[in-house]
Each structure stands twice: as C-alpha cells, then as structure tokens.
Design a binder for this molecule. Sequence first.
Ligand code: C5P
Length: 235
Amino acid sequence: MKKRDVIIACDFPNAQATLEFLKRFEGRKPFVKIGMELFYGEGPDVVRQIKALGHDVFLDLKLHDIPNTVNKAMRNLARLGVNMTNVHAAGTIDMMRAAKEGLAEGAQGETPMLIAVTQLTSTSEQRMQQELLISASMEETVKRYAKNAQSAGLDGVVCSPLEAGLVKGACGAGFCAVTPGIRYPEGDMGDQSRVTTPQKAREIGADYIVVGRPVTKAEDPAEAYLRVCRDFIGE
Ligand code: C5P
C-alpha cells in the first residue's frame, strides 16, 4: 500500500448508495473508509463487495474491549481483507498489542495497518478532565496515547491535522498520522471546526487524509477527488 494517500469517507446510509457512488470513479480506485453506520447496517458483506471492486478499505470501527475479545474480533476483520482498521488507545497497550496480533493471525496476505484513536475530537479538554478524570492537558494526553500506540507496535494514530505535528514530534516521522477535517477555503465547513486544506495537511506531515463531504457532496465527485489527490499527493 502506498504511503500518503487520500481516503474517501463513504458516509452513506446503505450499500447501494455507496456502490452507486463508487461507480463514478472510472479508472482510479480510491481508498475508502467504511464506518460503523454502514458496517452495522449492512454487515461484513459490504466490505467484501467494495474490496472485490478493487478498492483499499479503512474499516473505522474503533474497537475498545478486553484484549482477548479485541484479538478475536481483529482476526475476523483481517479475514475480510481490510487494509486499515483502528482501536481506541484508551483500551491500554495490552489491548492494542492483542489487536495487532489478531490482525496478523487473521491476515491472508499483508497485515492490515492498525491505527489508534487518541482522544475523539468531539471530546473537549474540559470534559476529558471533568468527566473522564484525566488531569493532563489534551496535548499531553494525545502525545502519551500516541506513544502507547507506538510501543504496542501500531502503525499510527488518527488525529486532527493540527495535532499531526505533535504526534510526529513525539513518535517520529515514520509513525503514521491519519487526519480528517480537510476542507478548501471556499468549501462548506459542515460540523467540522478545526480544519485544514490538503496542501497544508501535506506540509504538516499527514500520511493519509480522510475526506468526506468535500468529495461525496461535490457536483463532480471524481473531479473533486482528483483535485484533492493533486494537492495532497502531487499526482
Ligand atoms: O465529511 P468530512 O470530510 O467531515 O468527513 C470526515 C470523516 O472523518 C467522517 O467520516 C468523520 O466521522 C471522520 N472523523 C472526523 N473527525 C475525527 C475522527 C473521524 O471527522 N476526529
């Protein structure tokens, strides 16, 4: 799998809408992200169908459970042939390590990339401290969780583009930063508040960007996708 790529967040209500959307990309097969809504609504077959079309798949299910359960679940996700999946770093280093082992055990070929969620961007520092009783700052927490993920053998973390530099500083350039929150200045922000452009994400050091509505809601999604690729990958 090539390093530095654009992942389209396929936030559609069902498999039919997703497959119709993917038909619009002739020739190039974008890397797609499938989230909980589609996976829980359609089941694992939607992943098999999209893989059969030749797309790489990031299955964004954010697992968080005891190590043994996560290990077994990851074996099954690896058998689906996903290329990338994720866990919550809050599940501890042991859980992340078990997840990674499960992926390696279930993989038919290359082991899927495993990345960790540090703190959800919907969690504010205030709520993290008051409700979760984490007294460190958000920055310190993200940094520590990223380092935990690295010591468990994970490939990287999901983080806001503005945190990518922090993660690279703490874990080194080889540790992947996968960043959503991508917008063009003229685009609709939707519900995102901390955003950056594909060019800026590249400068900051993001390895993969996750782009949803700027592509899925564009008049010409294939053209919008190619623009993001040109700006982020340079091709
Ligand atoms: O449409 P948009 O470009 O905002 O989509 C971004 C995608 O990345 C969505 O699937 C969203 O759930 C996901 N995401 C995010 N922020 C995070 C983690 C995931 O926007 N912190």
